[in-house]
Each structure stands twice: as C-alpha cells, then as structure tokens.
Write a protein that binds this ligand. Structure first.
Ligand SMILES: Nc1ncnc2c1ncn2[C@@H]1O[C@H](COP(=O)(O)OP(=O)(O)OP(=O)(O)O)[C@@H](O)[C@H]1O
Ligand SMILES: [Mg+2]
Length: 403
C-alpha cells in the first residue's frame, strides 16, 4: 500500500505513536547490568567542530566479525532489552580475543582473562538490534551506515550509543548493552517524587531534583549540539525512549546526574547537507513512525503530504519536549487526554509549555522558572526562529536552577 492510513495505538510504556506502519509493544528496559563509563562533565566537553569539517565518507558499514551468542532465559527464549517499530533488541554475549574496534576499546570486559597464560579472552555483554520484519532490513542497513559515520567522527564517545558493527549473517546492529532508557528513569523518578513526604517543598522542582535535572539538560543539549555541528546529522526521532543512560563512575565523578545520556535509535536520522541549498533527505522520515508529543508540529503538519524531513530545528523541538517530560515525570506530557486529543495538542506543539502547565504535573514547570527558560526558545512555532544548539548550549550553561 503506497500510503496506508496512520495507525494509532496506545502502549503502556511508550507514548502513542503515529505510524505509517503498525507498531509493536515496547518491552521496558531492565535494570542496568553493565557499567561502561567514561565520565565527561559538561565543562569538559570540547567545542563543536564546524559543519565544514570533513565528514567521514561511508559507503559500507563497520562489520561485527567476532563470535556472537544471543542469551536465552530459563525457558529458552531470547532475552530482550526492548522493542521498537523496526526491531527487537536482544541481549547477547561475545567471547573473543579478536582485536577490538575503535569503539569497543572503551567498553568494559565483564570477565577477566581466564588465566594469565591463556590467550586474552574477554566476554562482553552486548545488545543486538535485529530486524523485526523483512521490510525493516533496509532501515537497519541505513542505520548501520549512520552509526558507522558517527562512530568514525571524533568526539562521539560521550554522546552516541557505542556501535560495534553490523552482523553480516543476522543483519543486526551490535552495540554495547546500555539497558536503562531515559523513559524508564523518568518514570522511576516520578514514582520516587510521588512517595516523597512532605511533597510541598519540592513540588515546583523537576521530579529528579533541580541540580540533577540541570546537569541532564546540559549533557543532552551538548550531545545534540555535537550531533548537528560536529557530525552533521539530524537524529529525527528524539524522545526519552531513544536516549540510553550509561552510568558514570561514582569514584571519578561529582556529576549531579550520574549518567551519560547517549543518543540511540538512528533509524530516522538524516545527514545535514554541507550545502544549505540542498534539501534534507525525506525518504527515511517518510518510512518512520512518529511519536506525538515529541514530534515537532511542522513535521506532524506535513505528515499527510509524505514529504517530511526532520531538521535540526525539529530535533531541537523534540529534545525540548523530552526535557519537559523529564521535568514533569510524565512521558505522555498531557495526561488524562485521549490519543486524538493528544495528537491535536501535539499539532499545537508551540504551545507545549502552556499545555504541559495545565496538566496535573504542570506545577513542576513554574512560569518564568528555569525549566521554562530553557525550553521556551526551543519550541517556538517558526522552526527558523527556534534556538540553535550552539546558543542552547550557552543558555543551558548560564541557566541556574537556583534562580
Ligand atoms: N544498546 C542497547 N542496550 C540496551 N537496550 C537497548 C539498546 N538499544 C536499544 N535498546 C532498547 O530497545 C528499544 C528499541 O530500540 P530502538 O529504539 O533502537 O528500536 P526501533 O525499532 O528503531 O525503535 P522505534 O520504534 O523508536 O523506531 C529501545 O527503546 C531500548 O529500550
Ligand atoms: Mg526507538
């Protein structure tokens, strides 16, 4: 079917998705099992390279050539980290002495060599994103190329899920296992906030607390700035479910937010052309599923035409919506509304701050408070007038939760 009707389905752990394909349910990520850390505070982050810096020219993906075994549970079923519209992400292990790729060198072996005299052999816990249907294969092929390009771009480590290559036989994408999504973290923090007594002193704060929230926001905005400015890439599907949290080493860090938030799921990503006269590629977005309220209103407006390309400005909007969800603790942003009402509200996305404030957790985004100050310039209606990531980094650096 060239242009099937959009499907709306309600999922418990993921907001309603407006998809051009049916979506499957999402398995909530499990508690972190692997600790992979290279702590980088916001202040340490290098200034972005300019977009004119040469981009790695990638025509074939990195391949994962080490052995790989999908891990099964007691019922002999493969263990899943999560699911999305295109894929199931399985838990896997690789026991190998082959030389690690550039990106694997940062990962922690989970077991030491078996004996000092035996060849160096390490077992790593990995995540394998496998196509869920035949038509998902080209999507994963394209994502493998995107992840290869990002992995070959200097400075990617603090921002991008570690990618070890595409498995030739399975077609799956092999990544480090980072089994905590920002969506799960937000829900956990909301639960903790609900049980906090007395609730009144902190009711105007983001659920995770102001210092931790500010640190998270700065790291996320720096990551998006790196993606746009250094890697020349638009993510296209930023939302809490597509951001994974890698714990930072408590001994090495004084981070208020003790994780590195890593962008994952590049299935909708598009390159930013070096020449601004060249339009962005619309083919990948037109194959994608969209998640109101994280999708920019101009993207939703152009959905019916099929001529949709995510842009740096639509990424900025999506990250701002993510920051609002993190502040309120509410992944749906507009609780108590129906799917159709939420879609209608998402189409009015430039009003997202006011709409959020009218919701049951709206007190966590006080008028003229620091959350509003951070989010408002990122959700203005005209995409061309939205704050750029370069300016957003500065705003986040100067924004203080105590003001
Ligand atoms: N490296 C990883 N380690 C652990 N869990 C992961 C990893 N990558 C993805 N996941 C989990 O699997 C889920 C699905 O992965 P992903 O979002 O990449 O798939 P998708 O099919 O492209 O999703 P979407 O429906 O958002 O397009 C994620 O939301 C996350 O919970
Ligand atoms: Mg996803």
């Amino acid at each position: 079917m060239a242009n099937p009707p959009y499907q709306l389905s309600l999922q418990t752990s993921e907001p309603t998705r407006l998809a051009q394909i049916p979506t499957s349910s999402l398995t909530p990520p499990v508690t972190p099992i692997a600790k992979e850390s290279r702590q980088r505070s916001f202040q340490d982050i290098q200034p972005p390279q300019s977009l004119s810096a040469p981009k790695p020219n990638v025509s074939t993906p990195l391949y994962f050539t080490n052995d790989l075994e999908i891990i099964h549970n007691g019922d002999n079923r493969p263990i899943e980290f999560g699911r999305g519209a295109w894929s199931i992400v399985y838990k896997a292990r690789s026991t190998s002495s082959a030389k690690p790729s550039a990106s694997t060198s940062t990962s922690n072996p989970s077991t030491p060599p078996s004996s000092p005299s035996s060849p160096v052999s390490t077992t790593r816990i990995l995540a394998v994103k496998a196509p869920v249907r035949r038509d998902a294969r080209p999507v994963l092929e394209a994502e493998a190329l995107t992840l290869t390009r990002l992995t070959l771009t200097a400075g990617h480590e603090p921002y991008i899920v570690p990618f070890h290559g595409q498995h030739k036989d399975l077609g799956g994408l092999v990544m480090s296992a980072i089994p905590l999504a920002l969506s799960t973290y937000i829900e956990d923090q909301a639960d903790i906030a609900r049980s906090r007594q007395p609730a009144t002193p902190t009711m105007f704060d983001p659920v995770q607390g102001p210092a931790s929230y500010t640190d998270l926001a700065r790291k996320l905005i720096s990551g998006l700035n790196w993606l746009h400015q250094a890697a020349g890439m638009v993510h296209g599907d930023i939302k809490p479910h597509n951001i994974l949290l890698r714990p930072v080493d408590a001994n090495e860090s004084t981070s208020a937010f003790p994780f590195e938030p890593l962008f994952a799921d590049f299935s909708s990503a598009v390159e930013i052309p070096n020449d601004p006269a060249i339009p962005l590629d619309t083919t990948r977005a037109s194959m994608s599923a969209f998640t109101p309220p994280f999708t920019a209103p101009e993207m939703l407006a152009s959905l019916t035409s099929g001529d949709i390309a995510p842009t740096p400005a639509s990424d900025v909007f999506s990250l701002a919506a993510t920051l609002l969800a993190a502040a309120t603790g509410d992944l749906l942003l507009y609780p108590g509304t129906s799917n159709m009402q939420r879609l209608a509200m998402a189409r009015q996305g430039h009003q997202i701050v006011d709409l959020t404030r009218s919701g049951s957790s709206g007190h966590r985004v006080p008028r003229n408070g620091f959350v509003e100050g951070l989010v408002k310039p990122a959700v203005v209606k005209d995409p061309a007038s939205r704050i750029s990531t370069v300016d957003w980094v500065d705003l986040a650096a100067s924004s203080s939760s105590s003001s």
